[in-house]
Design a binder for this molecule. Structure first.
Ligand code: MV4
Length: 502
């Protein structure tokens, strides 16, 4: 087992990985940019090294500097978290060359799953269902035209090097094809440095259902069931849950076994996610492999009892998986809400600044994976995710209720967050009914206006009065006196709730 691991990330995921290491008696090395000097992950790690200025290309994406830091600190392995270098085949290869274990898939598998057209060929050969469409990049526009006619409109343009919706375009009729192709290619070129695009049949109102897999270095592969991630806004997931309301036991087994096949034919190891689209008639199609620990991994942990980060580390150190497929099962229901530093009332513009106050929700079945603290700073340079609120309960109805209560209990002051917006998403009748598709947000929350002005002013007045009590407890009259009690404005508020059902 490793003695020391460097965590090449920041925020809540760096904290999550540090906790797994602490439980395994592994020393932790944090790296940070100048903007993150006082971050939570820096405080929690055993050692921390500044690796450069705030822009990610000069710090969290700076491969050589991170590897050099690992050598300097004597770390035997690097955990990349998600984002940044997590799916970078070049970084994985560099680690391999430098004799540092990359806690993730091998560089060859990373390269294969990053090339969508090539992986569509591989999957089709292996008998994995793929969305009808092209399996090679055409050279001439006329080939796009004839293929589109064969596939049948509407078709979707996708970038071969892509993912996450960049370079994607829906085309409804032949007259729009040329313009959309040109725009898609330009976008692909600037986002991935590769203008290759191809066409697929457009699937209307699909669900996004993904399967978690673990593959050890000895050829054993298991799946840890699905996550339903259909609630998204502009390709950014907002709410995830498991089990999916759309699967029955037979479909779940079939999709799980298919996900394992995807991993086996790719020569893939460590943790990963196989994404599928599920259409209205419950046909499923392989979409892509996410070669990393995902943001939404906790819902799988809470329903299967498997610590995925621990398993990633064990696999990377050469251990065999400690369980077989038959030993894994799902229990209860889990939902995750992503807490972003964004202003839903201002077109979800990222919000930055100082966290003036943080009150974490607590209680049975409530987990809070968090990268901030009262007084910490939220820089503008990175992904605006602050924390994740995850609940577990015995069934979906109870989990929804638990999530609404936990969101009600959750206070972040100083920066704008998506907490109030999430409450309305979870309480929406269509969500409660489990009818979640990828168009849920745009259909149900076009230009969300949030709570009314009156409610907001009432809330602010209450908070202000509570803070007034708070400051009185510390006023000059009390100076030198023994403080019998520490007042919290949130205790002072008692059972007050505005806009809730209570
Ligand atoms: C699609 C699709 C419909 N038809 N492909 C979006 C991200 C990328 N990974 C794949 N995506 C989609 N591919 C075909 N042929 C619809 C989407 C899509 C989507 C997929 C998953 C989750 C949310 C989505 C939101 C809009 C579109």
């Amino acid at each position: 087992m490793f003695k020391k691991i460097l965590i090449a990330n920041r925020g809540e995921i760096a904290v999550r990985v540090i906790k797994a290491c602490q439980e395994m008696d592994i020393s932790t090395v944090a790296v940070y940019s100048e903007a993150d000097r006082k971050s939570l992950h820096v405080q929690l790690a055993d050692e921390a090294f500044c690796i450069g200025p705030p822009p990610a290309v000069e710090s969290y994406l700076h491969m050589e500097r991170i590897i050099q830091t690992a050598h300097q600190a004597g770390a035997e392995a690097i955990h990349p978290g998600y984002g940044f270098l997590a799916e970078n085949a070049e970084f994985a290869r560099l680690c391999e060359k430098e004799n540092i274990v990359f806690i993730g898939p091998n560089s060859k598998a990373l390269r294969l799953v990053g090339d969508k057209v090539r992986s569509r060929q591989t999957m089709e050969k292996a008998g994995v269902p793929i969305i009808p469409g092209m399996k090679a990049i055409p050279k001439e526009f006329s080939e796009f035209e004839s293929e589109a006619r064969k596939i049948g409109y509407p078709v979707m343009i996708k970038a071969s090097a892509g993912g996450g919706g960049k370079g994607m375009r829906i085309v409804h009729s032949p007259k729009d094809l040329k313009y959309a192709l040109e725009a898609g290619m330009r976008e692909a070129k600037s986002a991935f440095g590769d203008e290759s695009v191809y066409l697929e049949k457009y699937i209307e109102e699909p669900r996004h259902v993904e399967f978690q897999i673990l593959a050890d270095n000895h050829g054993q592969v298991v799946h840890l069931f699905e996550r339903e991630c259909s609630i998204q806004r502009r390709h950014q997931k907002i709410v995830e849950e498991t089990p999916s309301q759309a699967l029955n036991p037979e479909l779940r087994t079939l999709m799980g076994e298919t996900a394992k096949k995807v991993v086996q034919v790719s020569g893939y190891n460590n943790a990963g996610t196989v994404e599928f689209l599920l259409d209205k008639d419950k046909n499923f199609y392989f979409l892509e492999v996410n070669a990393r620990l995902q943001v939404e991994h906790p819902v799988t942990e809470l329903t299967t009892g498997v610590d995925l980060v621990r398993q990633q580390i064990l696999i990377a150190s050469g251990e065999k998986l400690p369980f077989q497929q038959e030993e894994l099962s799902q229990r209860g229901h889990s939902i995750e809400c992503r807490i972003y530093a964004e202003d839903p009332l201002n077109n979800f513009l990222p919000s930055s600044g100082k966290v003036l106050f943080l009150k974490e929700p607590k209680g049975p079945g409530v987990r809070h994976d968090c990268g901030i603290y009262s007084g910490s700073n939220v820089p503008i340079y990175y992904d605006p995710i602050l924390a994740k609120l995850i609940v577990w309960a015995e069934d979906r109805t109870a989990a929804c209720q638990r999530m609404v209560n936990a969101l009600d209990d959750y206070v972040i002051l100083g920066i704008k967050t998506t907490i109030d917006f999430l409450k309305e998403v979870i309480a929406h009748p269509q969500f409660t009914a489990g009818k979640t598709t990828t168009s849920f947000i745009e259909k149900n929350f076009p230009g969300w206006q949030g709570r009314t002005k009156t409610e907001e002013s009432l809330r602010l007045a209450l908070i202000a009065s509570a803070f007034d009590n708070f400051s009185q407890a510390y006023s000059s009259v009390n100076k030198g006196a023994v403080r019998k009690e520490v007042y919290s404005p949130w205790q002072a508020l008692g059972n007050w709730r505005i806009g809730g059902k209570r």
